[in-house]
Design a binder for this molecule. Structure first.
Ligand code: GDP
Ligand code: MN
Length: 396
């Protein structure tokens, strides 16, 4: 589950990680009230107005702006709320902004220069360990840093048995070129950040930038936080943080139906049982010259109701030109699935795209007969390659 910046910052703050303070606002009036409150708490009269959408690169798209007085707060908030923000991470249509974070300006001048760093915490799947990835090149697109100056990216791997060791936190601060108070602040920041990552059951923290202020405080100016969905049962207070407006409408609906669905850009809809077979099916479609329109795992109980629900979800995507149903009948019998496909097809009336069904496993022969004799415009196949050829045929 992805969070908004303001929600991610609240979680960080709850574990003692210093953050740029802010208040979320739904409209320009609320933004002005938020700015007044922040001024009374922090003394700052400058504020940054930040679009809250699930996409990075907001600054580049005009979604992060500095306001030097209350009139500018009102003007900028009014302009950002309701806009379709286009960033390097959104589609060309952009993402509608429903709310902004009004935050204290933390780039104020002082005894030293401000500097921006990059710090993330994530799982290294290669080693099976959490790691802290960090760089002196904060505020920049980390993919660009990785490509052009990979030697400026450091990692610190954490042994799960002992957790983050104090010397590791000090090494981070050292490699970031800090000394004195800023060094101490950074070790505290990294230590608390790692604790927050583990305790919140997150799968990604990306803080870009982490700021060293002109008075040598270290704080999170941005926060991309992803919570592991499988751990949400242990964090009842995080469940309400989900903002379905930010998610693909089809994916949300599929999730409610208990289907494991991911929307993709291609033209061949897939209905498969099992994630591994679904991946193999997508490969097969690519080899046949098509592009998968989705990933869809219907799970173990592919009865008529589920098949019908899956059909409906797949057909919501106007790009779908063919549907490939690829089911392995292990626990579920193929004839049951075939009957499910036939019933769903009849129930739905006119499905205007060709359907190729490949059923393999228990009672596959009976299933093929059922499909072939159903009189419906559904092609059956028993072999993987045969199914691929048929997909190619209908797409040609
Ligand atoms: P992103 O563009 O979506 O990654 O959004 P960020 O939260 O990282 O903000 C983008 C940029 O806005 C940062 O890299 C900063 O340079 C700038 N910014 C953020 N907060 C402040 C602030 O308090 N004052 C000033 N002057 N700039 C800020
Ligand atoms: Mn950022």
């Amino acid at each position: 589950m992805n969070l908004h910046e303001y929600q991610g910052k609240e979680i960080l703050n709850s574990f003692g990680v210093r953050i740029q303070r802010g208040i979320v606002a739904q409209n320009a009036q609320e933004a002005v009230a938020a700015a007044k409150q922040l001024t009374s708490e922090t003394g700052t009269s400058w504020h940054v107005i930040k679009a809250q959408v699930h996409a990075g690169g907001r600054g580049k798209g005009g979604g992060v702006k500095l306001a030097k007085n209350l009139r500018e707060v009102e003007e900028i908030a009014g302009q950002i709320i309701g806009m379709d923000l286009v960033t390097p991470q959104t589609s060309a249509e952009g993402k509608r902004v429903h709310q902004v974070l009004v935050a204290e300006d933390v780039y104020y001048p002082g005894e030293s220069e401000t500097s921006e760093f990059y710090v993330s915490v994530l799982l290294n799947r290669g080693t099976g360990r959490n790691m802290i990835m960090y760089s002196t090149e904060g505020g920049m697109d980390i993919e660009t840093v990785a490509e052009e100056t990979p030697h400026l990216i450091f990692t610190e791997e954490v042994d799960p048995a002992v957790g983050l060791m104090p010397f590791q936190a000090r090494r981070v601060a050292f490699n970031l070129g800090l000394s004195g108070l800023a060094f101490k602040e950074m070790t505290k920041f990294v230590t608390n950040l790692y604790t927050a990552y583990v305790k919140s059951d997150s799968s990604l923290f990306e803080i870009n930038p982490v700021l060293k202020t002109s008075d040598n405080k270290i704080m999170a100016v941005d926060a991309k936080v992803t919570i592991d969905d499988n751990a949400l049962y242990r964090h009842k207070n995080y469940v309400d943080l989900r903002d379905v407006r930010e998610e693909s409408a089809i994916e949300v609906e599929a999730g409610e139906l208990g289907l494991n669905y991911v929307d993709l850009d291609g033209n061949v809809g897939c209905m498969v049982n099992g994630a591994g077979l679904a991946m193999a099916t997508m490969d097969l479609i690519k080899q046949a010259g098509g592009e998968p329109a989705n990933f869809l795992d219907v799970g173990g109980t592919a009865d008529a109701a589920r098949v019908e629900a899956a059909f409906k979800i797949i057909l919501k995507d106007p790009a779908v030109k063919a549907i490939l149903i690829n089911i392995f009948g292990g626990i579920v019998r193929c004839d049951r699935v075939a009957q499910g496909v036939i019933d769903a097809y009849k129930n739905m009336g006119n499905i205007n795209v060709p359907i190729i069904v490949r059923l393999q496993g228990t009672n596959a022969d009976i299933a093929k007969e059922l499909i072939d004799n159903s009189g419906l415009d559904v092609m059956s196949a028993t072999e993987f390659q045969e199914a691929a050829d048929k997909v190619q045929q209908v797409l040609a």
